[in-house]
Design a protein around this ligand. Structure first.
Ligand code: SF4
Ligand code: SF4
Length: 134
């Protein structure tokens, strides 16, 4: 994938939206990598958490296509480890929110096996609705 980074992108609407929705300062991250080193679900991710924030810093909207933003479990391990006080789960939530607003749903209810729906705790179903569906 060839991507062009420009000043317009770095100062563009996408970066402003991410910062506004998350309430976080993207440039606070200095790419130390401690978040990625401690993330308990990093093995399932295509992009490391630190790579997600780097792409967001650069205004690379392609980050919205990464499964990582949906896999993040908001466990807060990275928040505890970050020396710069970055709340990465808030950034992940902002990226999911931008995707959902654009009409992307990560979960298709019709595709879920009925046996699974019957067995899942209601809390898990409601939580899943909130996270994955517009
Ligand atoms: S731990 Fe914090 S400063 Fe380090 S890469 Fe992750 S978000 Fe950035
Ligand atoms: S909040 Fe998300 S990115 Fe941070 S450690 Fe937990 S799963 Fe990983």
């Amino acid at each position: 994938m060839r991507t062009t980074i420009s000043v317009n992108k770095v100062r563009g609407k996408f970066v402003r939206d991410v910062e506004e929705i998350s309430g976080e300062d993207l440039l606070a991250c200095n790419q130390c990598g401690k978040c990625s080193a401690g993330c308990p679900v990093v093995a399932a991710m295509d992009l490391l958490p630190s790579q997600v924030i780097r792409m967001a810093q650069l205004g690379m909207e392609e980050v919205l296509e990464s499964p990582t933003i949906w896999i993040c479990a908001s466990c807060l391990t990275c928040v505890a480890r970050c020396p710069k006080g970055v709340d990465l789960p808030r950034l992940m939530e902002a990226l999911r929110e931008i995707s959902l607003r654009a009409g992307v749903s990560e979960l298709d209810l019709d595709q879920l096996p009925q046996e699974l729906v019957r067995e899942l705790p209601q809390l898990a179903i409601v939580g899943g609705f909130r996270k994955y569906i517009k």
